[in-house]
Design a protein around this ligand. Structure first.
Ligand SMILES: NC(=O)C1=CN([C@@H]2O[C@H](COP(=O)(O)OP(=O)(O)OC[C@H]3O[C@@H](n4cnc5c(N)ncnc54)[C@H](O)[C@@H]3O)[C@@H](O)[C@H]2O)[C@@H](O)CC1
Ligand SMILES: [K+]
Length: 540
């Protein structure tokens, strides 16, 4: 499912109106009707999914502590529709009419005088007046919130620029403080539609109805949390136009994996296959203090379906690591008796890797005292150009030391980088906060500029392909924020590369399976906090 920027959405709306000839009032009618439908779900004590609305994979959410299914039933109390002066407000006015028709009491609260509405929104205002729907204009501190069943946030939509100004700011604060369930029209007011960044203040919604396509900002935190459960509602924008717009960002689903990326989440195997069919991974990972990272990475590669996995280690460490996992082969590399990677010749590692189908480098390597970028560059140049490569953890630290990575010789094989936000901040020479501010754009830019597949980890991991497309993963849970899960992911991706998938497909499928395994593993435990990385491997 595509996720649009506000500019892409504006273009789609405009083309639907001008090229196809569907009047704007019809789009608004469809949007408002779907918004009313969501209110009716909550009014019946149902989630949007339970009420039959289309909630894509990963867009649902459980109830927060203290919430019950029944706490949204109106019991004769009105739903207040908070209406801004743009078209988002117009959607709210349409919803008010449909709710009144359905016998649900409503009242309209205009942020500004209703005289300020224009176009289709003004049309809806006039209809609401003729139908006798009660209304008032917001005055700070004067609203009787306690008498309401819930709120509809139709204040600001995709036409918003920057933080909500008066009177929206005060109204949003009062709405959040009321504790009432809020259904947001298109996106929570105060959310940056493109980045998912929340301005102060921002509506914290129980549910959001995204019109036609979800905004990009709904895919990333904090937007994803502030939107609550998200239903994506068709409003009449033709699918052919959406395809024609060539929107680069998609929410990852099993269907997107199969259709856009040619990767099968079911991982079916041909009956006449053999271990050679599934490739041989070389995992260069682990050191004296962090041998577990190497074990997790190579075991995950086995569980993810690699035909064979060899674990390369500095030779001094090999005796202690032999036999930890009987299915693994061990490749000791001369280390001058020091037991660390800094003494291992990168050319020797490249020779070993050249006989395999994919190399994963990085988990638990330890940082080298100096010159690690030079070490990595020597390896990069010694490796066969077509060999698929995953760089993770300490290998990314080494890469971040290089001033000229964009000028390194391009590889014909896949290169997948799997940074967490801190590592990404170092790779981009910005910082974690800057990366997190607009994760999707940051990942897309890096992938394009460096011709790599970039996996930006964290809640709602972003997979950006060198060709410009990006995918946002819905699977996974906070229990996976524990040491070693990253090592597991890089092992999985390496296995999928060795099995023959392209970089973006291997990365997207790997992230998806990793999260899904984490979800299964968390479901088996009493609290997600007790999840450990080995559980994720066992759940693969
Ligand atoms: N034809 C269309 O374009 C459709 C649009 N629809 C709705 O229309 C919305 C977009 O409508 P608009 O483009 O009118 O914009 P909005 O309804 O998002 O509101 C923009 C209004 O808020 C003001 N504003 C902008 N930034 C502000 C800020 N930071 N603080 C306070 N006020 C601010 C603007 O001056 C403008 O009056 C969508 O989100 C969707 O809900 C739907 O009705 C479907 C069809
Ligand atoms: K809104």
């Amino acid at each position: 499912m595509y996720a649009a920027t506000s500019e892409e959405m504006r273009r789609l709306d405009a083309r639907t109106i001008t090229e196809i000839g569907i009047p704007a009032a019809i789009l608004m009618e469809n949007a408002g009707r779907q918004l009313a439908c969501a209110v009716q779900c909550l009014d019946r004590g149902q989630s949007l999914a339970e009420g039959g609305m289309r909630v894509p994979e990963g867009f649902g959410r459980g109830r927060r502590p203290g919430e019950s299914a029944a706490d949204t039933a109106s019991c004769g109390r009105p739903w207040a529709l908070l209406v801004g002066k743009g078209n988002n407000g117009g959607d709210g006015l349409v919803a008010a009419r449909h709710l009144q028709e359905a016998g649900i009491p409503v009242c309209i609260v205009y942020a500004h005088s209703p005289d300020t509405l224009r176009g289709e929104a003004a049309l809806q205002r006039d209809i609401a007046v003729r139908l006798g729907i009660p209304w008032e204009v917001y005055e700070p501190g004067r609203l009787a919130w306690k008498g309401c069943a819930g709120l509809v946030d139709a204040l600001l939509g995709t036409g918003t620029k920057g933080a909500p100004r008066a009177p929206y700011d005060a109204l949003i604060r009062e709405a959040n403080a009321s504790g009432l369930p809020i259904v947001a029209a298109d996106l929570p007011s105060g959310l940056d539609a493109d980045t998912g960044e929340a301005y102060a203040p921002c509506i914290a919604a129980r549910a959001t109805v995204a019109f036609a396509l979800p905004q990009r900002g709904l895919l990333q935190h904090p937007g994803a949390a502030l939107a609550g459960e998200v239903a994506v509602a068709p409003i009449g924008i033709p699918g052919a136009l959406v395809e024609d717009e060539r929107i680069p960002v998609q929410a990852l689903t099993a269907e997107v994996l199969r259709q856009s990326l040619g990767a099968d989440p079911e991982h079916a195997r041909a009956s006449d296959s053999h271990k050679g069919t599934y490739g041989h991974v070389l995992a260069a990972a682990g050191s004296a203090a962090m041998s577990g990272a190497g074990l997790l990475c190579s075991t995950a590669a086995l569980r993810a379906g690699a035909g064979l996995v060899t674990w390369a280690v500095p030779e001094t460490l090999a005796p202690a690591l032999a036999g930890l996992r009987p299915e693994l082969m061990l490749a000791p590399l001369p280390d001058g008796g020091r037991g660390d990677w800094a003494q291992v010749d990168p050319v020797a590692l490249a020779e070993l890797a050249g006989q395999r189908d994919a190399l994963v480098l990085g988990p638990g390597l330890g940082r080298f005292p100096q010159g690690d970028a030079a070490w990595l560059r020597r390896l990069w140049e010694a490796l066969p150009a077509e060999l698929p490569l995953v760089l993770d953890a300490d290998a990314l630290g080494a890469l971040a030391e290089a001033d000229d990575f964009a000028q390194w010789p391009r590889r014909s094989g896949a290169v997948v980088l799997t940074p967490h936000p801190g590592e990404m901040g170092r790779l981009t020479r910005t910082g974690t906060a800057e990366v997190q501010r607009d994760r999707i754009a940051c990942a897309m830019r890096y992938a394009r500029d460096h011709a790599v597949t970039l996996v930006l980890k964290g809640a709602r991991t972003v997979i950006a392909a060198p060709g410009g497309r990006a995918y946002v993963n819905p699977t996974g849970n906070p229990g996976m924020a524990t040491g070693g899960t990253g090592d597991v992911l890089s092992g999985i991706v390496a296995a999928l590369l060795a099995g023959g998938l392209e970089g973006p497909a291997a990365a997207a499928l790997g992230v998806y399976l990793h999260g899904a395994a984490g979800d299964r593993a968390a479901a088996r435990r009493r609290t997600p906090g007790s999840l450990i990385a080995s559980d994720v491997i066992e759940a693969l």
